[in-house]
Design a binder for this molecule. Structure first.
Ligand SMILES: CCCCCCCC/C=C\CCCCCCCCCCCCCCCC(=O)SCCNC(=O)CCNC(=O)[C@H](O)C(C)(C)COP(=O)(O)OP(=O)(O)OC[C@H]1O[C@@H](n2cnc3c(N)ncnc32)[C@H](O)[C@@H]1OP(=O)(O)O
Ligand SMILES: Cc1cc2nc3c(=O)[nH]c(=O)nc-3n(C[C@H](O)[C@H](O)[C@H](O)COP(=O)(O)OP(=O)(O)OC[C@H]3O[C@@H](n4cnc5c(N)ncnc54)[C@H](O)[C@@H]3O)c2cc1C
Length: 664
């Protein structure tokens, strides 16, 4: 049987309506139609082809990205694409570029932190791309610790200007995307100083380059920070270095929604909390969660299709060998990743809803939900990006040797994805923020403050500390209430245990530092509970399509029971389940793998990824892996000549030398 026939055969086994699942995956029929249209538009446009990208040198690669960005912008204008359509287009073009920072951070920072007047002045320029912006927060010496930034913005009342300055080497801005070679402007984060007093870190709109000849403004030193991990990958982005030598900007270029500086240099606080300065990060963390499911689904799609094409062992009589997807070990590694892709999709959808809700409340001056929004975006960003980066690498291994070839698409996907664990907040630093939120919530339980939202379960902590799971058969693990209670009890017990340990310290900050590794574990448990509970919520919705809900149920339980198996120590040590019940969960997990098996190919087809977007010979829709892999090898520049460059200088003399030695 050929690879092509394998996948056709697999698709015949499907037990559910794939088209209906495509709509569930996309979020709505509208989203499906729109994303499908944009995927095809990009795939059919030769200007967006990405073959051979990994072989380009840095300069060529970067120029190629500039060309694609300019072409994308032209198409956006020609076709009058909406912001939503442009977002999908950017996704399928699949090339990190300065436009991400312009649209993803520069524009949102002005929207979130600028006054109405500032928005009126700057947004039209940014929307038309008459200026291109970057987000310059991180410095050579400080990234996670935003309050530790060193760049200064000193108000000069004589001229009504701020003087932006980099006082030390470590205060050089370092990392901002789009800054190195493209941006004309940036939101620069700096310590505000007026009348000799410091007022914390704030954002300032600073012009960096001339709009006429692109030369840096005098007093500004600017460039790219150098090659990053992997070929192609994130090297399409010009992450930059920037220093200021007493650069002057008008007073009205400080983003003043949170704090105003008057003509006299007086600081006047608005009713908006200081944390809104961090609002752009909350927005981007939310988009990163949605992107995690996209990247994970891509790796899983490649590994699943290839696992159905690939055969090893098991042929007794010269017949066909076993498809590797039929090995239980392959299933136990692959199917939880498939389930995670769906789980992250749904939690991403929910987080988008939460973010929209928070934005509306903020506009109505209701800031009560801000800590919850911060904890959810920080925690879920950390959980989903860590899991996705690990999963891409696991998918590479699931594809054996061929997974290591760039033609599999997995090395580049890993290289481009893995910095998501660091940017927009290091994942451990973000989990520590969640831990603070959880410990605060637990400490307030005694005062009668009822936890709400994702921590509402902590309001039932007494019950959860005592509850005993009543699973008696493997099938009992297929009840949403049973699974939910096990995850709630585990998380509640871990939080309470950490809070009790913290209370033994005289100084809570010393305790927090000492117990930080344990606290991070409690944060992970809490975030996993959120993902499980949002998946269960999704199952309660009326989902049309033959067999679709059944598949989602199977995936949901695979996601939850695999976590239970992986983190068994937590579940057993907090006493919410017994070893016997854990063993039953594992039995159920194996049964679920068997149920998912005939549907696996259709479940990845439901992602609706084009071959262009997947960029993988192993993940081709038609399964025609071997002929294409063979063809691809011959495209390598090393194969341009039969005898390689360097033969006459190095190989030939060596061979002759050996010959002489042999004669001696
Ligand atoms: C070629 C193709 C072209 C195609 C072109 C197409 C055109 C396209 C058109 C349209 C498309 C649209 C595209 C959109 C694209 C979007 C994609 C975006 C991708 C972006 C890629 C990302 C790049 C990465 C960018 C960055 O990394 S920016 C830098 C990020 N930095 C960090 O994250 C730093 C991490 N540190 C912190 O966040 C904080 O300092 C801290 C660690 C959280 C807190 O530190 P600290 O303890 O010092 O806290 P304090 O400052 O003292 O504050 C304490 C209290 O504040 C609370 N807190 C903290 N943070 C927040 C917050 N964010 N929100 C609310 N509250 C917060 C904290 O809990 C404390 O509260 P308390 O009650 O305990 O006091
Ligand atoms: C590809 C990429 C693109 C980026 N784009 C931008 C951009 O556009 N704009 C921008 O401003 N920045 C950008 N950044 C910077 C990014 O936001 C920071 O790198 C990130 O916030 C992490 O900070 P750091 O590098 O200072 O790490 P560090 O904080 O130095 O982390 C180093 C180690 O210390 C640990 N650590 C740090 N603090 C603590 C703590 N309190 N407790 C326990 N452990 C701790 C971390 O877990 C980590 O293991 C980008 C970074 C990358 C990699």
């Amino acid at each position: 049987m050929k690879g092509v026939d394998h996948l056709a055969h697999e698709r015949n086994k499907t037990e559910f309506d794939v088209d209906a699942m495509k709509i569930v995956w996309a979020g709505s029929r509208h989203a499906f139609e729109l994303s499908d249209r944009m995927a095809r538009l990009v795939a059919s446009d030769p200007a967006f082809q990405k073959d051979g990208r990994i072989r380009l040198g840095r300069k060529e690669l970067f120029k190629n990205t500039l060309r694609k960005a300019a072409h994308a912008w032209k198409r956006i204008l020609e076709l009058h694409l909406t912001e939503e359509e442009a977002g999908w287009l950017r996704n399928f073009v699949d090339e990190p570029s300065f436009t991400d920072l312009h649209w993803g951070m520069f524009v949102p920072a002005i929207k979130g932190q600028g006054t109405d007047e500032q928005q009126q002045k700057w947004l039209p320029l940014a929307y038309k791309m008459q200026i291109i912006g970057s987000y310059a927060q991180t410095e050579l010496g400080h990234g996670s610790n935003v309050q530790g930034l060193e760049t200064t913005a000193t108000f000069d009342p004589e001229t009504d200007e701020f003087v932006i300055h980099s006082p030390t080497l470590t205060s050089s801005k370092w990392w901002p995307g789009g800054l190195g070679k493209v941006s004309t402007h940036a939101i620069v984060y700096a310590r505000l100083i007026t009348n000799g007093q410091e007022h914390g870190v704030h954002g300032f709109i600073v012009q960096l380059r001339s709009l006429d000849d692109h030369m840096p403004i005098p007093g500004i030193t600017i460039g790219d920070i150098g090659m990053k991990f992997g070929n192609g990958a994130y090297n399409t982005m010009d992450n930059g270095v920037l220093t200021f030598d007493h650069i002057r900007i008008p007073r009205n270029q400080m983003l003043m929604r949170v704090l105003q500086v008057t003509r006299e240099g007086k600081c006047v606080k608005s009713n908006v909390p200081r944390q809104l300065i961090y609002g752009t990060m909350v927005f981007v963390r939310q988009t990163i969660v949605a992107d995690a499911s996209t990247a994970l689904a891509r790796a899983v799609c490649i590994a699943t299709r290839y696992s159905a094409v690939r055969r090893q062992f098991g042929s007794q009589d010269g017949g066909m060998e076993t498809q590797v997807i039929d090995y239980k070990t392959q299933q136990s590694r692959l199917f939880p990743l498939l389930a995670s892709a769906y789980a992250f999709r749904f939690v991403g959808e929910w987080l988008k809803w939460l973010y929209t809700d928070v934005t509306q409340r903020l506009q109505a001056n209701d800031f009560s939900i801000l800590p919850e929004a911060h904890a959810c975006t920080a925690g879920l960003k950390s959980l989903t990006t860590t899991a996705t980066a690990d999963a891409i690498e696991e998918c590479r291994k699931l594809c054996g040797g061929h997974g290591y070839l760039c033609a599999s698409g997995l090395p580049e996907l890993f290289a481009v994805y893995v910095p998501a664990c660091t940017y927009e907040g290091d994942n451990v630093v973000l989990l520590l923020q969640v831990a603070r939120f959880l410990m605060k919530t637990v400490s307030q339980l005694g005062s009668g403050k009822k936890p709400v939202g994702t921590t509402a379960y902590l309001g039932r902590v007494q019950d959860l500390l005592q509850c005993c799971c009543d699973v008696q058969t493997a099938e009992d693990w297929l009840k949403p209430s049973v699974v939910l209670e096990a995850f709630e009890a585990r998380s509640a017990r871990m939080c309470v245990a950490r809070a009790q340990n913290l209370s033994k310290f005289e100084n809570p900050e010393d305790g927090f530092a000492e117990l930080s590794a344990d606290l991070v574990e409690a944060s992970v448990a809490h975030c996993q509970l959120i993902v499980v509970s949002k998946f269960i919520d999704k199952l309660q919705q009326d989902i049309p399509g033959k067999g679709v809900n059944r598949q989602l149920q199977n995936l949901c339980y695979i996601y939850a029971l695999n976590l239970l198996h992986k983190y068994l120590g937590d579940f057993l040590s907090t006493g919410c389940i017994t070893p016997k019940q854990a063993s039953l969960a594992n039995d159920q997990l194996r049964s679920l793998y068997s149920q998912i098996r005939p549907n696996a190919i259709a479940l990845v087809d439901a992602f609706n990824y084009t071959d262009h977007y997947l960029g993988s010979v192993l993940g081709r829709y038609d399964g025609n892996v071997y002929p294409k892999l063979y063809e691809e090898a011959w495209k390598d520049p090393l194969n341009d000549s039969v005898v390689p460059d360097g033969y006459h200088e190095y190989i030939h003399p060596m061979l002759k030398q050996q010959l002489r030695n042999a004669r001696l």
